[in-house]
Design a protein around this ligand. Structure first.
Ligand code: UDX
Length: 342
């Protein structure tokens, strides 16, 4: 039998323990509720973040999709941007250098060579040439454009050289006669040196001006010309004459394969508006409703060659007319062709 005081002590202790236990249970409950609350808030935060990320991602998708579409369109247009180019086998494909290839005549030749499937390197110092004339080839795997003056040597490997670099219109070549002389003499020497080193065939774009003020009409190739060596046009006339001489000297002495084309007065698309030659002058004056200016008596004659860009063959057409004919008629009479190409 437990005594009364012992019983009171026991019940007092168990009450305290009960309170303690209750306290602990309460604390545990609060802690678990708190933990759950934290967990829930973490989960809530995570899901809010995830849904925000999803919204951002779908927004990004919405923005990017039209851009992707545009890129696809651009890629399509890039693959279609070049004029059609033939496929040539390794054996038939030539590496061709065109000096003055960004000029009026050179750029049409470049078009022809590119469309035929060759690898073309255009060298131009952009004195009268323009990037715009060849920009439709920029980026093409067969095409390269080099800003270079032929008066400086050029070290490349090619199979053929078309040497057209020189101003051709009288106001342009008279603008700096010494530079015109250097281009046609040193420039041609450099190109012939290159042709010799790499074993390339070279075509010189010469001019009807090698005949000077001719006493024979029309001029045949065996006519030697009538040139004033100190006249206003001498820098060009004599420059081209010595360029021809150099070609044949390299052929005889070094075995370089050369061709010379004496091109007559050219006109056509890509000609400079302010070229200064008679056809562009007349067209410009006609478009502005101004009278056409005929120098001298107007009885002088010229053989005109139209250089065109279209079709598969690069063609020069030869037409003849007096300056007065040009002024008075819209049609030109046909004459004999005077050029020989590679
Ligand atoms: O506005 C003009 C321009 C020119 N002319 C005359 O028209 C004739 C042709 O003159 P251009 O200025 O067109 O040029 P040219 O024929 O003298 O030489 C040109 O053509 C031959 C090419 O080989 C040369 O590279 C180029 O210089 C000249 O008799 C000239 O006096 C005019 O009557 N009016």
């Amino acid at each position: 039998m437990l005594s009364q005081p012992l019983l009171r002590l026991v019940s007092a202790v168990s009450r305290r323990r009960m309170k303690l236990l209750l306290g602990i249970a309460l604390l545990a409950y609060v802690a678990s509720v708190w933990g759950n609350l934290i967990n829930m808030s973490v989960l809530l935060n995570r899901s809010i973040q995830e849904s925000r990320e999803l919204r951002i991602e779908s927004r990004i998708e919405e923005i990017i999709e039209p851009l992707r579409e545009k890129i696809r369109d651009l890629e399509k247009s890039f693959t279609q941007k070049y004029p059609p180019v033939k496929f040539l086998s390794e054996k038939d494909r030539k590496r061709i250098l065109v000096t003055g290839g960004a000029g009026f005549v050179g750029s049409h030749l470049t078009d022809k060579l590119m469309m035929d499937g060759h690898e073309v390197t255009v060298v131009d110092n952009f004195f009268t040439g323009r990037k715009r004339n060849v920009e439709h080839w920029i980026g093409h795997e067969n095409f390269e454009l080099i800003n270079h003056d032929v008066v400086e040597p050029l070290y490349i490997e090619v199979d053929q050289i078309y040497h057209l670099a020189s101003p051709a219109s009288p106001p342009n070549y008279m603008y700096n006669p010494i530079k015109t002389l250097k281009t046609n003499t040193i420039g041609t020497l450099n190109m012939l040196g290159l042709a010799k080193r790499v074993g390339a065939r070279l075509l010189l774009a010469s001019t009807s001006e090698v005949y000077g003020d001719p006493e024979v009409h029309p001029q045949t190739e065996d006519y030697w010309g009538h040139v004033n060596p100190i006249g206003p046009r001498a820098c060009y006339d004599e420059g081209k004459r010595v360029a021809e001489t150099m070609c044949y000297a390299y052929m005889k002495q070094e075995g370089v394969e050369v061709r010379v084309a004496r091109i007559f007065n050219t006109f056509g698309p890509r000609m400079h508006m302010n070229d200064g030659r008679v056809v562009s002058n007349f067209i410009l004056q006609a478009l502005q409703g101004e009278p056409l200016t005929v120098y001298g008596s107007g009885s002088q004659t010229r053989a005109f060659q139209y250089v065109r860009r279209e079709e598969t063959s690069w063609v020069t057409e030869c037409l003849s007319a007096s300056v007065l004919d040009l002024q008075e008629q819209s049609g030109l009479q046909a004459c004999s062709q005077n050029t020989h190409w590679l």
